[in-house]
Design a protein. Structure first.
Length: 133
C-alpha cells in the first residue's frame, strides 16, 4: 500500500498548491466552491464570510502568502492533513508578524475531489506529526 499512500500524499499536496493560488488571488468564490467543505457555522464556509476575511487582511496591508512548504500526510483512506509553512507578505514589501507561520489543514476526498474540512495553527517551531509516515 506504500505506493498508493505516496500517490494520495502527492494528490493532497497538489490540491493544496492549487488552493494557494486561489488564496493569493483573494478568490473567495473559488475557495468556498472548490476547496473548502467546512461546517456551516464556520465564518469562512460562505463566499461572503471568506471575502470578509480577505477584506480584514487587506485592511492590515496584506498582499499574499509566500509559501515555504507544503507537506502532506495520509491518515487513512481518502483522508489526511497538510502542513503549510508560509509568510504573510504586506503590500509595502514587509511581512505581517509573526514572520514564520504554519497551519495544518485537514483534508478529505469526497466524490467531487479533495476538500479542506478544517484547519488549525501550529505553535512556533512545532511540526506536524504524521502517524505512520
Amino acid at each position: 500500500a506504500a505506493p498508493a499512500r505516496a500517490d494520495e500524499r502527492a494528490d493532497m499536496e497538489a490540491f493544496m498548491a492549487e488552493y494557494l493560488k486561489a488564496w493569493n488571488a483573494h478568490d473567495a468564490a473559488t475557495i468556498t466552491e472548490r476547496y473548502y467543505r467546512l461546517e456551516a457555522s464556520h465564518p469562512w464556509s460562505t463566499r461572503e464570510g471568506m471575502q470578509a476575511e480577505f477584506d480584514r487582511l487587506k485592511a492590515q496591508g496584506y498582499d499574499r502568502s509566500d509559501i515555504q512548504g507544503v507537506t502532506g500526510c495520509v491518515l487513512g483512506p481518502d483522508s489526511g492533513q497538510v502542513e503549510l509553512r508560509y509568510v504573510r507578505l504586506r503590500t509595502d514589501g514587509g511581512f505581517m508578524p509573526p514572520k514564520d507561520r504554519a497551519s495544518i489543514y485537514r483534508v478529505k476526498k469526497f466524490a467531487d475531489g479533495w476538500r479542506v474540512t478544517g484547519f488549525s495553527g501550529l505553535a512556533a517551531g512545532a511540526r506536524m506529526e504524521c502517524p505512520g509516515g
